[in-house]
Design a protein around this ligand. Sequence first.
Ligand code: SF4
Length: 347
Amino acid sequence: MTEADRPALEARHLVKDFRLGGITGRGRSVHAVTDVSISLHRGRVLALVGESGSGKSTVARLLSGLERPSSGEILLDGVSVDLRRRRAFRRYKGSVQMILQDPYASLNSVHNIRHHLTRPLRIHAGAQPKGVGVDQLLAELLAQVSLNPPELYLDKFPHELSGGQRQRVAIARALAARPSVLLADEPISMLDVSIRLGVLNLLDDLRSRLDLAVLYITHDIASARYFAEETVVMYAGQVVEHGPSEDLTQEPAHPYTQLLLSSSPDPDRLGREAEGDLDLGAPPSLVEPPSGCRFHPRCPSAMPVCRVENPPAIEVSPGRTARCWLHDPGHGSGQVPAADLGSARPR
Ligand code: SF4
């Protein structure tokens, strides 16, 4: 593998089980993430798509170091990292930064914007709070997220800014660490529809100018198609489809991807809520996931084998995989029948 091919951040076979507490939960676990492998490359966006409870945000928390995996490996620039060690964790946080869904909750209301941006500069870039050049660094950070002129924002508090401006400050704070990887967990879903595209375009501009690897987590497959070269679809803690966003959205190879697209069919709807428009049925329990293919209770194309055997990730074309028996020559034709939305509801 050449230097250029090497992922900036890679997850190999990540598993995350949460032990349940109390008398009823004794000995049982929530299997939030099961055997997830993804690679993020500099200058590229990978979208992680799925509905609530699919495990996509848990993957982000594992990659950010906020949660420890039950098993599996995380590699930064090709080197396996052990985030239990304090120094290694701090170094890792300098390279991998997360942008959260709710910009209001992610900023501390008692501190002004100057404080929010100076802190990461001090921790990760060694800047002194009142040192020479700090104002210049703060101005550059705000200019990178198009908050100009800086003096208009630095002494304001989060509640004095709009939602879009707060999210831009959260992005500037992430950039202060000079990361190579940005993990953006639903970064536009809590923003007003009119400003979502502006924030996505800003992230895309930063990806290109700073050569960042970006993980874009969303439930809105239309925005993934717009923003990311590559898309990974998760269902019930597993990756069910992976491939170039254009191919995957033009011709989905997994019935679940097809249903997600059916709920968000029009690229012009970019950024609007997709979940809730269409009743896709309830996701399964992650304490006792369905036997066989986890999607079988909701799948319009389920076959007898689907109820007993979990399909492997099958290569459907170069660079594309789908976890579905329809692509196994022994069970299916390789075609996904047109979605019957009614039968997507729980049986
Ligand atoms: Fe549907 Fe079977 Fe494919 Fe699962 S394996 S998505 S149940 S056809």
